[in-house]
Design a binder for this molecule. Structure first.
Ligand SMILES: *[C@@H]1O[C@H](CO)[C@@H](O)[C@H](O)[C@H]1NC(C)=O
Ligand SMILES: *[C@@H]1O[C@H](CO)[C@@H](O)[C@H](O)[C@H]1NC(C)=O
Length: 595
């Protein structure tokens, strides 16, 4: 929910870009395969071993048809069905299994016939839900058959699925055998995927479901859902592991400066007459903050609080700053505690209240956030920051009319804060009021000729209207203005790249912009996310995986991390698919490029 803290449009648009292309990521080169479908699919089916025989489920279906014709009702069997409670010994099993010598005496033809008959009996037992017997019969089919048949293993796996408790390890080893014999055996892939998922071996389950989805030409909804489900479980599990072990770290320079820029600059509190060491350190921390030297500001503020600050106003200021850094590193509970203590020491310090509101938003609790704004207004009804940030919360809740009112109020109280003008224009745009929005932007451009932000965000709205040329012009102007700062804000550069990509499909230019942005701010999240998407567009999946890994490293909050990991694992599973099914690579790559 970083978007609540600075003009949201770029992040939003990158996210839209990502979700528009989510299909491309999740189901890989989905459309691609459907389009080539013919070739890819039929080529692979025709190379399957012949005479694989019927799968038990098909047999069960046929049987169901027959029995419904003859008026008998039988319960059909699915993998998901539970086991039967009672099992009779079928007659066949009372016979002694054939010895190796007896088998060796038979001709291949006889052995094939015998194996087929064991399989038939197995199918019958399976349909009658005698899974243990069915498994034994498939085992016999396997042992007499002159050559290994994938369907025997896959059918036996189906029996293990239905036992109580399900024998996941055996399902996996039988599917391993079946897939060794026929790597395109979709049903075995699905079975193994389910067993692996039950054992929480999500990465391997994802590998199987991904392969099944692609081999099935993306036609099977249920497999596609399995991919999504396992991906979600995998990303959530990995995110929890990462967050449990990761050192808290600051987000990118671009992110932090956007956060601080969302609050009006305030005068530093005056030091007491005889400042303590802690007081002096606080003063240094605030100076580092003014110089945008965030890592230094962070270590100084921690030091100042450890050393002890001698007066309440200073202490309140220090806790506000430490809380802000905690918030930025993703420690929302710690941040909340610091902001609360800051307010207890100085109840009129409305900025700390506004920041608690953003903690509530990060925790998905807008109601509490609004209570904080009310409380802040009680303390200081003329603080423009309160209305600006309430506008931001309303904005991300799509309450654009109320958001616009709040931005306007903020502007009335202080018209020198550029973001309330910009956000007003964006809110007007979002509520469909194009004329007003463009007028607000033109006024803002005039009032802040030396600020890059109005250029940048105006450019975004132009881009949204597909007025590419004008958009690029605005981004270029913003880049120019930012060049005069050290370090410059790189968002206009990333925007320019996106615009060039959307306008002319100029991937090279887009990548150059993002790389330039990363040269200036190596951690710029938007640049990394955009590069990841651009790599996917070109089917440079290895590079995309690398970028998603980077994005995961940069992710500040759990939802951001889960999101990045989802893409990372989805792309990685495609890389693995292409490794395992190299014959599919040419088609997939060619078509992905056309997406
Ligand atoms: C789709 O896949 C599921 C397993 O995920 C399978 O049970 C089902 O039979 C498949 N449907 C079709 C139409 O192939
Ligand atoms: C701002 O938003 C609140 C809703 O939280 C709304 O009640 C109020 O009327 C809006 N406008 C102003 C000027 O505060």
């Amino acid at each position: 929910m970083a978007s609540s803290e600075h003009p949201a449009t770029l992040i939003e648009r990158v996210q839209h870009f990502v979700s528009d292309h989510k299909r491309a990521v999740l189901i890989g080169t989905a459309a691609a395969v459907v389009a080539v479908g013919g070739v890819a699919y039929y080529a692979s089916t025709s190379s399957r071993p012949k005479g694989r025989g019927t799968d038990v489920e098909k047999a069960a279906k046929k049987d169901k048809k027959k029995s419904s014709k003859s008026g008998k009702k039988k319960k059909s069997v699915k993998d998901v069905d539970g086991p039967i409670l009672e099992e009779r010994e079928p007659k066949e099993l009372e016979e002694q299994p054939l010895t190796d010598e007896q088998i060796a005496d038979m001709s291949d033809e006889e052995r094939t016939k015998l194996a087929a008959s064991f399989k038939e009996k197995g199918n019958t037992a399976y349909k009658e839900r005698r899974f243990a017997q069915a498994a034994v019969l498939y085992t016999r089919a396997i042992s007499v058959s002159p050559k290994p048949e994938p369907v025997f293993y896959s059918n036996r796996a189906a029996c293990y699925v239905n036992m109580t408790p399900p024998q996941h390890e055996l399902v996996i080893s039988d599917c391993d055998e079946a897939l060794k014999l026929d790597s395109n055996y979709v049903k075995a892939l699905n079975r193994r995927g389910n067993a692996l998922e039950s054992l929480e071996r999500y990465e391997e389950a994802l590998r199987d479901f991904t392969a099944a989805t692609i081999l099935d030409k993306f036609a099977n909804q249920s497999t596609a859902q399995s991919v999504e489900r396992v991906l979600q479980k995998l990303a959530t599990k990995k995110a929890a592991e990462i967050l449990a072990h990761r050192e808290p770290r600051l987000p990118s320079y671009t992110f932090i400066s956007a956060y601080f820029a969302a609050f009006r600059p305030r005068a530093h509190p005056a030091l007491p007459e005889n400042p303590t060491t802690g007081d002096e350190t606080l003063h240094l921390a605030l100076q580092a903050l003014d110089a945008a030297d965030y890592p230094h500001a962070l270590s100084l503020i921690n030091e100042a609080i450890e050393q002890g600050i001698s007066w309440d106003i200073g202490k309140s200021e220090a806790l506000n700053l430490r809380g802000t850094f905690k918030f930025l590193t993703g420690d929302v509970d710690g941040a909340k505690a610091d902001f609360q203590e800051s307010i207890d020491l100085q109840p009129s310090f409305t900025q700390s209240l506004v920041k608690i509101a953003s903690v509530h938003m990060e925790q998905g609790d807008p109601k509490k956030a609004f209570e904080c704004f009310e409380e802040a207004i009680k303390q200081n009804p003329n603080d423009p920051d309160i209305y600006y940030h309430r506008g931001q919360v309303l904005f991300i809740m799509n309450e654009f009319t109320q958001a616009a009112e709040n931005y306007t109020k903020s502007t009335e109280l202080d018209d020198q804060f550029v973001f309330s003008h910009i956000q007003l224009a964006v809110a007007q745009y979002k509520s469909g009021n194009l004329q007003n929005s463009m007028a607000t932007f033109r006024r803002t451009l005039k009032a802040f000729p030396q600020r890059s932000e109005p250029q940048n965000y105006y450019g975004e709205l132009l881009l949204d209207q597909q007025r590419f040329e004008e958009a690029v012009e605005k981004f270029e102007r913003a880049v120019e203005l930012e060049k005069q700062k050290t370090p410059p804000n790189v968002l206009p550069l990333v925007n320019k790249g996106l615009a060039l990509y959307q306008w002319k499909q100029d991937i090279g230019a887009a990548e150059r912009c993002c790389n330039e942005a990363l040269r200036i701010d190596p951690e710029c999240e938007a640049a990394v996310a955009t590069l990841a998407q651009l790599s996917l567009q070109q089917s440079k999946i290895d590079r995309a995986v690398e970028m998603f890994e980077r994005q995961a490293e940069l992710a500040r909050s759990e939802p951001e991390l889960v999101n990045a990991l989802t893409y990372q694992y989805a792309s990685a599973s495609q890389v693995e698919f292409l490794k395992n099914y190299p014959e599919m690579a040419a088609q997939l790559n060619a078509l992905a490029r056309g997406m």
